[in-house]
Design a protein around this ligand. Structure first.
Ligand code: HXC
Length: 515
């Protein structure tokens, strides 16, 4: 056969393989409002940057009628490409081919591209759209999943791992995304659950739709399994692209620097954002925007545990991880979910050399039977662990209230913060003045002629003595009491002088965090 004919033959083979599951299956996919797997990859990556591998991989299953079946690419597309010029490895399950189900060769394609990402030290992006373990392949599909989970764990903290849920993601399939760093979901398209509605009906007799059980909103607002919620696939891809600009390719590098920009100080007037009354709410994201380059803030997990805010911004062109109590929700208290949310993010920043800025304004940990029984001790301890363990530059600004365990947990000097600043309105105390006065002056108050007057007087006394930043500053627990408009200057300087920070941890195999 001449080379010309061989080239023609290759083209024909390619064309066939590129048809995926065929016209009908593609029509069904489109009717569900979904892009095809290849369209997804091409839309997400830089134009013409996608290079596909293993297009001709074939399954080896012989049981249950599989011997006669051709599954193009074995239901998954893998390759490499770039996003804003940054190299990435990627795979997308093709639901049009056997429901994107995961057989042995399908899994091998995924693990091969994951191994490649690890060798090349670049991010791995997985687009999930699959009916789960390929039932006909039995234990081989389970083996495939296990081999993916193992690699997810080995890659954790070495390269960024991004999961995109764009279809069903059932059974063990959800555990690969759960082991990765960021999970993206899209309204009406993403579904994640361990056991589906059918099993729940059979075992428990409860009826629930797939959407109500494990739709995008459920995982963004209730379970905290998803980090980014979008209303369309296009919006989701824009979010991924944006994320890629903030994170480094691997743990040996810093995120790419950007051109420094000043914040929009006319829009975000930092001296006027935080109300003087400690009970009055405000949006802490305005404080973040008042200090970041261009007032840009890329929030993560925006819809879950909203009493704490996490996300990326830039200062002097460098990516910074922000953790901030949000007085707009539950007065910014720490609870089971917010501790979990912040602790994981702190560990992400620490693993990928991203300095952390913490903004503090909280009344403490949330009291209540629900919280105690939900394990607030264990979950709250995650935050203490994560801050103590992190040795990237860590800076704190106490904006207003910093009471009790909340003061300690929010990157206090005592957990080895590098710099702690406080605004003049900061109140650093074991608890709020009202609660404190009621306890320590109970006798004087109850025995007074006018208990209410006495209570007010004692609250005032306590406030004057303790509810300010100067007691902590006198002990060196706060490095500087600063006016709000000095915050960016102090933080920028803190980042600058921390460039060569050395803070070695004791030699150990690994710690045992309160998972
Ligand atoms: C083999 C599968 C499959 C699977 C779907 N298909 N799931 N083939 N193994 N797991 C095939 C269907 O037979 C069908 O093939 C095609 O994919 C499209 O599926 P439909 O059912 O027609 O699509 P739809 O109506 O949209 O429903 C999608 C679905 C449903 C909700 C995902 O297919 C479904 O419930 N699948 C099974 C889900 C599941 O229980 N998976 C196993 C989980 S256990 P044809 O040829 O007709 O087009 C698991 C264990 C892993 O994953 C543990 C690891 C630790």
């Amino acid at each position: 056969m001449s080379l010309k004919r061989k080239i023609l033959e290759l083209q024909m083979k390619r064309e066939k393989a590129l048809q995926g599951g065929g016209e009908k299956a593609i029509e069904k996919q489109v009717a569900m409002g979904k892009m095809t797997a290849r369209e997804r990859i091409i839309t997400l990556l830089d134009e013409n940057s996608f290079h596909e591998y293993d297009l001709f991989v074939e399954h080896e299953a012989r049981d249950f009628g599989m011997d006669g079946k051709i599954l193009h690419g074995d239901g998954v597309i893998t390759g490499t490409g770039t996003i804003y010029g940054a190299p990435v490895c990627i795979y997308a399950q093709d639901f049009t081919v056997a429901g994107g189900s995961l057989g042995l060769m399908h899994a091998r394609k995924i693990t091969k591209i994951m191994d490649h990402a690890m060798k090349m030290r670049v991010p791995i992006i997985g687009i999930n759209d699959s009916g789960g373990a390929r039932i006909q392949e039995g234990v081989n599909s389970l083996a495939g999943y296990g081999e993916i989970f193992y690699r997810n764990t080995m890659a954790s903290g070495v390269i960024p791992q991004i999961s995109v849920i764009l279809g069903p993601c059932a059974g063990g399939a959800v555990y690969s995304p759960a082991l990765t760093d960021f999970v993206f979901v899209v309204e009406n398209i993403s579904k994640m659950f361990i056991t589906g509605p059918e099993v729940i009906k059979t075992v428990l007799g409860e009826e629930i739709s797939m959407e109500d059980l494990g739709g995008a909103r459920v995982h963004s607002e209730i379970t905290g399994n998803a980090h980014f919620f979008a209303e369309s696939e296009i919006e989701c891809f824009d979010q991924i692209k944006k994320l890629i600009t903030y994170i480094p390719w691997n743990n040996g590098q810093k995120a790419r620097p950007f051109e420094p920009k000043e914040p929009l100080s006319n829009k975000y007037k930092i001296d006027e954002i935080v109300p003087g009354n400690p009970k009055e709410p405000y949006d802490v994201r305005d404080v973040i925007r008042a200090i970041t380059d261009g007032s840009e803030f890329f929030e993560i997990m925006e819809l879950w545990a909203r009493n704490i805010v996490i996300g990326f911004g830039r200062m002097n062109g460098e990516t910074i991880g922000f953790v901030a109590n949000q007085p707009m929700y539950l007065a910014g208290v720490l609870d089971v979910d917010s501790s979990d949310k912040a602790a994981r993010f702190i560990r992400y920043c620490d693993a990928f050399q991203i300095p952390i800025v913490t903004l503090v304004d909280l009344p403490g940990y949330l009291p209540g039977v629900d919280q105690e029984h939900a394990g607030v001790i264990r979950h709250g301890a995650k935050l203490l662990y994560a801050y103590s363990e992190a040795n990237v530059p860590k800076m704190t600004v106490i904006l207003r209230k910093a009471y009790g365990g909340g003061y300690i947990a929010m990157n206090s000097r005592h957990l080895n913060a590098d710099f702690v600043f406080a605004w003049p309105g900061a109140e650093i105390a074991v608890m709020g003045p009202e609660g404190a006065a009621n306890i320590i002056f109970r006798k004087e108050i109850t025995e007074a002629k006018d208990p209410e007057k006495m209570r007010k007087q004692k609250v005032k006394e306590y406030k004057e003595k303790f509810a300010n930043p100067y007691v902590a500053a006198a002990k060196g627990y706060v490095d500087s009491v600063i006016v709000p408009r000095e915050t960016r200057k102090f933080l920028l300087h803190g980042i600058e002088v921390s460039k060569n920070k050395v803070d070695r941890k004791p030699i150990k195999k690994h710690g045992i965090p309160p998972f």
